[in-house]
Design a protein around this ligand. Structure first.
Ligand code: ZN
Ligand code: MN
Length: 480
């Protein structure tokens, strides 16, 4: 490899506070429950978030707390004194011609995630949303204007496209664990902008950076980075220089296209926001907040492998969804001690495949499920005790999912107990042999595959309520 790619990330996150950053308008967009298209444009607005002259911004305490939380989770330094600044620029999505942001005294400096150093994390306000209709008009929706926006900037420590996506995904998971943002990329609640450059491997200097915008998925972030590595390499190879610019990601053509040349910070004429005095972060008691942080994904992964003996892959499935991991733990703790360790693999399987399958199939959110962990543990216990087979377990689970009824009461009411009485099994076997004389003969003549068929016929008659291994043994006895 002749060239080394280097990426730093700028990530904007809409925080899910109840109200906006500097006024008390509802902040509906940052909550995944409501889709932006369901909310009528320009309904959550007031003179403050529409940028009228002479209004006074009042900072949202919760938003500040949320950013401090993220800073603590990433091991950053919470700066003792912080302030807001005006970032001046003109664009139709920003009628007051400046964004309230933070310049030289951000809330957080430093920190680290997946080996990538965090440069800073600050708090600002989102802008209005521009819509361009087919008749050639542009429309402005101020519902998004003033939504609390956290901006995280990394050091240029990333050197592969996979790392870009991995960093984004892990940050998203942490934001969800901290419950500060739903961080849904398609909804624009999390926006990743990679700053990408390449330079000859032996060069001490970084190349000119290109900032890529309009990325709406981690997959796109990865593909856009890869595309830029190649494009920039081709320019250098041809003896050219890469112009410093902003480029947009075209999600259909899977390419980046030139947008505009990039301003430097001095073009924004930052100056202190005169309507909000600097303040001490001690009033939020960051040390106390640190003690109350929830368990984070990294710690949870280690603990799940250690305590429950799950593999890397299994752990990841559970940890990716905090509700799922809570449910898993609660169900495990409901298992009786003598069968607990032995039952965890089955519990994991029914949770990760069948239960998640039902969630996906019905589009049910975790918050709306009717099954409780205790009943889920009961289902697994019935299975472990050999009282039901996998087929019954699946049926019972579906009924539990639909009605919320307990595993044991479904089991008893529907007479789902496995038939284990040898007399009853032998009666069925005799029937099957009589009805399938040819298959029975074939087996006797040495055709092993016929056994599968015979067992299958018996299972059908018994509606799946038998152990196939037991049936096989009994068939062998009968046909020997
Ligand atoms: Zn407002
Ligand atoms: Mn920003």
């Amino acid at each position: 490899m002749k060239y080394q790619p280097t990426v730093g990330l700028e990530i904007h996150v809409e925080l899910k506070t109840v109200t906006k950053m500097f006024c008390d308008c509802p902040n509906e967009l940052a909550v995944s429950g409501g889709r932006s298209e369901d909310i009528k444009p320009n309904t959550n607005v007031c003179p403050v978030c529409m940028g009228h002259p002479g209004v006074l911004p009042v900072p949202n305490k919760k938003a500040i707390e949320f950013v401090i939380k993220v800073g603590l989770a990433l091991g950053g330094k919470i700066n003792p004194i912080t302030k807001f600044d005006r970032k001046n620029y003109f664009y139709p999505d920003l009628p007051k011609a400046y964004q309230i942001s933070q310049y030289d005294q951000p809330l957080v400096t430093g920190g680290e995630l997946l080996g990538v150093r965090i440069h800073r994390i600050h708090l600002e306000e989102d802008t209005a949303r521009l819509g361009h209709d087919t008749a050639g008009f542009s429309l402005v929706d101020f519902n998004r204007s003033g939504v609390p926006l956290m901006e995280l900037v990394t050091e240029p420590d990333i050197h592969s496209a996979e790392q870009v996506a991995a960093f984004g995904r892990e940050l998203q998971l942490i934001l969800r664990y901290l419950e500060v943002s739903d961080a849904n990329m398609e909804k624009g609640q999390l926006r990743v902008e990679p700053n990408i450059s390449i330079a000859p491997v032996d060069s001490a200097m970084l190349g000119k950076k290109v900032e890529v915008k309009n990325i709406n998925s981690f997959r796109a972030a990865q593909d856009a980075s890869l595309y830029e590595f190649k494009r920039q390499e081709e320019i250098l190879e041809a003896g050219g220089t890469v112009p410093q610019e902003n480029r947009g990601w075209d999600d259909v053509k899977r390419i980046t296209v030139s947008q505009r040349s990039k301003e430097d910070a001095h073009d924004y004429r930052y100056f202190p926001e005169p309507d909000i005095p600097p303040f001490e972060t001690a009033i939020f008691d960051p040390e106390d907040m640190r003690r109350h942080l929830p368990e984070l994904p990294k710690e949870k992964r280690e603990r799940f492998m250690r305590e429950y003996g799950l593999s890397d892959k299994q752990t990841e499935v559970v940890v990716q969804d905090r509700s799922l991991s809570d449910f898993f733990e609660a169900a495990v703790s409901e298992l009786k001690e003598d069968i607990r360790t032995g039952s965890i693999p089955a519990l994991y399987n029914y949770l990760a495949s069948d239960f998640r399958g039902l969630l996906n199939e019905t589009g049910t959110a975790f918050a709306d499920i009717k099954i409780n962990p205790e009943s889920f543990a009961d289902l697994v216990a019935l299975l472990q005790e050999g009282r039901i087979m996998s087929r019954q377990a699946k049926d019972i689970l579906r009924k539990m999912f639909e009605t919320g009824e307990d595993a044991r009461s479904i089991f008893e009411r529907e007479e789902m107990a496995t038939v284990s009485d040898e007399g009853a099994l032998n009666a069925t076997i005799a029937e099957v042999v009589a009805e399938n004389a040819k298959a029975a003969q074939d087996y006797k003549a040495g055709k092993e595959a016929s056994m599968q068929f015979l067992v299958g016929q018996a299972m059908r008659k018994l509606k799946g309520k038998a152990n196939p291994e037991t049936l096989k043994e009994l068939f062998k006895k009968k046909l020997s």
